[in-house]
Design a protein around this ligand. Sequence first.
Ligand code: ADP
Ligand code: MG
Length: 723
Amino acid sequence: SPRLSAIAAVTGYKTNTPAMDFSETPMQDLFCANVFSKKVMQERLPKPVYKSLVKTIESGEKLDPTVADAVASAMKDWALSKGATHYAHVFYPLTGATAEKHDSFLSPDGEGGSIAEFSGSQLIQGEPDGSSFPTGGIRQTFEARGYTIWDVTSPAYILENPNGTTLCIPTAFVSWTGEALDKKTPVLRSMQALNKQAQRILKLFGHDDGAFVASTAGPEQEYFLIDRHFYFARPDLVNAGRTLFGAKPPKGQEFDDHYFGAIPERVLAFMLESERELFKLGIPVKTRHNEVAPGQYEIAPMFESANLATDHQQLLMTTLKRLAEKHGMTCLMHEKPFAGVNGSGKHVNWSLGSRSQGNLLDPGDTPHENAQFLVFCAAVIRAVYKYQGLLRAVVATASNDHRLGANEAPPAIMSVFLGDQLTDVFEQIKAGGANSSIAKGTLTVGVDVLPPLPKDAGDRNRTSPFAFTGNRFEFRAVGSNQSIAGPLVAMNTIIAESVDYCATQLEAATDGTPESLHSAIQVLLTEIMNECSSVVFNGDGYSDAWHTEAAKLGLLNMKSTPDALPYLQTPEVAELFQKYGVLSGRELESRLETYLEQYCMSINVEAKLTYNMAKTMIFPAAIRYQNELAATCTNLKMLGYDFDTDTLDEMTSLVKQLQDNVTLLQKKMDDAVGGGLIEHAKHCGEVVLPAMNAVREVADELEGIVADDIWPLPKYQEMLFIK
Ligand code: ADP
Ligand code: MG
């Protein structure tokens, strides 16, 4: 059986990747080795060009197009020196994947030779044939023109391949009418919006140096590794990224013996090589460890500016996948590859800060600094409260639905964890009311210094979807397979709106003196906490009690993607994105449409796979075994033995159920569904998915009965434990 030969191949695995000599090139020499970094630019660009470019990168100033030719020429020379033959505009379509269009540097010179060419206009703009990327109705195929536009703020890099290297240029992807067809453009726009509003608060505090306030992101990526032989013996993994069948293994994760345990040698070899590659690309990976589930791991880079972190995150995912293959494994990024075993998330750590002011979510040492911290922190709380629905919608995918709300990941209810001390601070401010006198048990903004807030893992709450962790917020509901762009766009924009609100209130109420500012802040914070504190929750987010309580508090609880995505249609979301110039009405609609389509497609593919695998793999195995049992019974009877036919009866009944459930699934798949995409999505989630689960239930039961040597699919314990 394919399963048994897979096991044989796995246990006979011998590495074919030569050992690496780490002393040859030390890690610090590798960092950014393949990046057209500031250092390289400084070396290779004329001084004024370099200066102008850095201004654009660091302060968000408009790019001076006249520098493009000089930059392109330097970039080309640098790339050729690294052996590059091609350049590629890299862009990020709404599928969440990374797309590239490669062009050769070489042009024929008309004399039978060729010259390497790369002009400023080729650097700035490209025109990929992107007609088959989803655009949610923005672009018809007949007007397929889409442009890629150089993003100066994300450095170009070299991607190595044993057979040649490519210069990669991160770009935004827009339609010929200027609408964003990608995930990057809104990130850049939302960062601009946040900067603009944050400057107003900083100005009130006397910090008007204008240094760009960037949102920062540090994404922690969880993933599974399994041997490639198992992967290819499972059509469900190959086509859907998750197992659609598979009984729970006798030994799961209950021993917690994998968590932070020693990393297996083969996995470590993979990690070491990946980290080396990522370092060359300037991705500052920092931590690695085993995760809770067997076969599950985590990698986290140091935080960077949100846009760069987003591009790096995409690059990290493709690098891990590529190198896992090299080490004979497959890297599974799906949120729930194995039912009954913990799934994978991507915790997105978020903050905002500038070069001159540092991290704005770092509580300060003086009352004045604290006041500023409290304003930004309250703005975040208000944003989560007001736009819970949006935060839920941007993590809504078919695959993440299997994780959210299961007892391993945050619930679908959005709440903020502040920790006891900070909660106490805000409670005191709330109790202090509008007057700024020091009442008992209240804290006065601008007078009291906050107690130092714990930054260690002690004061952590792993069940909260949105947790303050000492100097940043951690959005934990993001799925492991997702681009972090969507969640970052949502966070940046809702917080920009909140900061705008705070700035407007404070500007109106202050006369410019610190006293008037502080009393205005006191009033503002009290008001915000009175309105929004129901979203603050420090308890166990997995508990039923919280679900009941949250419902009483009126917090949203959108359980599935078809519930959550339509929230993008609400007027408040459209207004929000329009007001801050992040997404036009049409751009927003196109995203809703694309994501609903993706949801339906995912479920449809899974349903077809379930049907096919049940029919062509599981049913045949079942009847083979049934036949064996029947033959045994017949023989025994002929010999005159008296016995029960329990197992045969059970098999026969399960085989019948399997057939019935498969037929039912087929029917549900063929149901004519009226209405629009939302109705289709609902049908997928509420009718097709349960029908798939019903097939799986019977199949998983059969897995526990059918003779082991006949069972065709690698079993959970094999995939998770044999490496
Ligand atoms: P844990 O698993 O305890 O949450 P990790 O060390 O795995 O912690 O990940 C923490 C992440 O938070 C890292 O990526 C780190 O760079 C990031 N981070 C730290 N400070 C900030 C900040 N100011 N803004 C955004 N991310 C940050
Ligand atoms: Mg974390």
